[in-house]
Design a protein around this ligand. Structure first.
Ligand code: TRP
Length: 331
C-alpha cells in the first residue's frame, strides 16, 4: 500500500521562488509515490493575524492554491483543501490538547522564537500559539498520514506529534500511526537583499506569478557582491545570491557563469539578465497554466469543495473512532 502524506502551508498569498524550490516542487514530485493530502492551513494563520486582517486570508488562499495547481499539484490524484473547511480538526485539537503536557509545548524551540519575533512574552502570547503544534498534530493524524514532508525547521513539531500519538495510543489503544518526518532537500534560498531567507514579509522575494517584465525589474534590484564596485572588478560568486539562484535556474551554464564573473567578463547587470531570462523561460508553462486556471470561473471553488468533501470522509471516520475509544460516542 502506498504511504499517505499530509502537508500544510499557511496561506501567505502568491508564492515565491523560495517556496517553490523549498516545498512546492517536492509536493508535486511526491504525488507519484504517495497518496497526498495538501492543506491551506488557515486556522494556523490566525496565530499571528487578528481582527481586520483576517479578510486577507481568503484571497491569500486562492492565490496560493492557484500556484499549487499551476505547478502540478493534481486535484484528481491528491486531496487539496482548506483546513477550516473540515471542522473535525478543531474537535481533535481540543481532545489532543488534553493529553499534551504544557512542558512539551513550552520547550518547542519554534515557540520561544515565535514569541520573540512577535514581540510578545509568555504572559501575553495567545493560548492558540502555545498549541500551534497540537493543531499541526491534529492535521496530520486526523487523516492518519504516516509521512510528513517538512523543512528542517518543522522537525521539533513532528517529534512532538509523535509523542502525542504515543501518549494517545497508550491511553486509549492503538489508534494513530506515528507520523514520520520526511526532510525534503529544502535549500535555503536567499532573498534579493542577499542577507535573509527569501520571504514575502521582508519584500526580498520573486513571485512565481510575476510577469516577465516584473521578474526582470525585480532581479535588477538585487544586491550582489558588495565589494564589486566597478564593472572591471572580479566578482565573488561564492558570496553572491544571484549566483545561488543561477544554480537552480542556469545549472547547465554554471561553470561558464562562474568563470565569466570571476574574470569580470560579465558584470552584475548581465549576470542578472541571464538569471531573469532563464527564470522567465523555466516558468513560462507555469505562468500560462496559472492564467488559464485563474480564468476558469468557479474552478478553484470546485477544487476546494471536492477536496474538502474527500477530506471530510476520512476525518469523520477517524473522529468517530477516537470518540468511541474515549467513550464519548453518542451512539
Ligand atoms: N507549521 C507548518 C509551517 O509553518 C504548516 C503546517 C500546518 C503543516 N500543519 C501542518 C506542515 C501539517 C505539515 C503538516 O510550515
Amino acid at each position: 500500500m502506498r504511504g499517505r502524506i499530509f502537508s500544510g502551508m499557511r496561506p501567505s498569498g502568491r508564492l515565491h521562488l523560495g517556496n517553490y524550490l523549498g516545498a512546492l516542487q517536492n509536493w508535486v514530485d511526491l504525488q507519484s509515490d504517495y497518496e497526498c493530502i495538501y492543506s491551506a492551513v488557515d486556522v494556523h494563520a490566525l496565530t499571528d493575524m487578528q481582527g481586520d486582517v483576517t479578510k486577507e486570508i481568503k484571497p491569500n488562499i486562492n492565490e496560493m492554491v492557484l500556484d499549487w495547481l499551476a505547478a502540478g499539484v493534481d486535484p484528481d490524484s491528491s486531496i487539496v483543501f482548506v483546513q477550516s473547511h473540515v471542522r473535525e480538526v478543531m474537535i481533535l485539537h481540543s481532545i489532543l490538547s488534553m493529553v499534551t503536557p504544557m512542558g512539551w509545548l513550552m520547550r518547542v524551540p519554534t515557540f520561544k522564537e515565535k514569541v520573540r519575533q512577535m514581540h510578545e512574552t509568555e504572559e501575553t502570547v495567545s493560548y492558540g500559539l502555545v498549541g500551534y503544534p497540537v493543531l499541526m498534530t491534529s492535521d496530520i493524524i486526523l487523516y492518519k498520514a504516516d509521512t510528513v514532508p517538512v523543512g528542517e525547521d518543522q522537525l521539533p513539531h513532528i517529534e512532538l506529534a509523535r509523542e502525542i500519538v504515543r501518549r494517545f495510543n497508550n491511553l486509549y489503544g492503538e489508534t494513530f500511526p506515528e507520523p514520520q518526518a520526511k526532510v525534503t532537500n529544502n535549500p535555503v534560498i536567499l532573498g534579493l537583499d542577499g542577507k535573509n531567507k527569501m520571504s514575502k514579509s521582508l519584500q526580498n522575494h520573486v513571485e512565481l506569478a510575476y510577469s516577465e517584465e516584473e521578474t526582470i525589474a525585480r532581479i535588477r534590484t538585487a544586491f550582489t557582491d558588495p565589494e564589486r564596485l566597478k564593472r572591471s572588478d572580479p566578482g565573488r560568486p561564492e558570496i553572491c545570491n544571484i549566483y545561488t539562484l543561477q544554480k537552480y535556474f542556469n545549472s547547465d551554464k554554471l561553470d561558464e557563469i562562474y568563470r565569466r564573473c570571476t574574470s569580470a567578463d560579465i558584470g552584475c547587470v548581465e549576470d542578472k539578465q541571464m538569471l531573469a531570462d532563464s527564470i522567465n523561460e523555466k516558468l513560462a508553462d507555469f505562468r500560462e497554466r496559472r492564467r488559464e486556471l485563474a480564468d476558469r470561473t468557479d474552478y478553484l471553488e470546485q477544487v476546494l469543495g471536492d477536496g474538502a468533501a474527500k477530506a471530510r470522509l476520512i476525518a469523520q471516520e477517524t473522529l468517530s473512532e477516537v470518540l468511541d475509544r474515549m467513550n464519548l460516542s453518542v451512539r
